[in-house]
Design a protein around this ligand. Sequence first.
Ligand code: DAT
Ligand code: MG
Length: 149
Amino acid sequence: MERTFLMIKPDAVQRNLIGEIISRIERKGLKLVGGKLMTVPQSLAEAHYAEHTDKPFYKHLISFITSAPVFAMVVEGEDAVHVARHIIGKTNPSEATPGTIRGDLGLTVGRNIIHGSDSVESANKEINLWFNTEELSEYTEPREPWLYE
Ligand code: DAT
Ligand code: MG
């Protein structure tokens, strides 16, 4: 089983879309193993988006992500990193396919609803950055035999 890091961004929290988004993740079959509403400290925002330091949108990105609470999550499932990115959709919501989270709920790249780790390597890094091990739960769901062969 694979784990990935997801973060519902301030725009979606302010638009009361937490329930809608978690519902999609649950219905897909991914298992929530950690979740918390939090205001992101500057240092965490900078560490999380370190790869984008040199981008022209970096400053806006940091001020946006620290502007209001986010809902951070760890989800688990077969191929979870890829599956989550797939249901999230393309970075720019205006190009994201309808049916995806960004395609259905977003309009612009600077307000694109949710973050999802882009590889197993970054998922592991991001999970460690955002969560302590005691904040993550290991448990079995009764639906599992109906999700996996
Ligand atoms: P993703 O979030 O799909 O992994 P990314 O890692 O390339 O996309 O960029 C991180 C975030 O930065 C993205 O979710 C929104 C913002 N961003 C990316 N490209 C942008 C652009 N051209 N203008 C404004 N913001 C941008
Ligand atoms: Mg990214």
